[in-house]
Unconditional design. Sequence first.
Length: 108
Amino acid sequence: MNDNIYLIPANSKKSMMIFGMFYPFDLILFGTGLAITLILLMVLPLSSLIVSLLAISPGLITGLLVFPLPNYHNTLTVLIDLWEFFTTRQRYVWKGWCVMDELQKNKE
């Protein structure tokens, strides 16, 4: 049996996060969005629906960006991954599966 196989728990990095879900940058981003929202709520006259939506939009947008998603850290991470995928050149080398490759690995 191969002794070089390690099993890493899926939640091993959660202990490095705040509340097990957020990095410091996430909380700074969300806090900044909430602060801007509070300032806009105090400064702008909230007589119309458009102005009210404009005032609360920074908090909503940053809240959606730091919202946790399964298999990813949060929405911001998904958007960054999508941007990098579509804007960088992708190079996939297909080697295929071959019995000879597996036999050669077992010899080493």
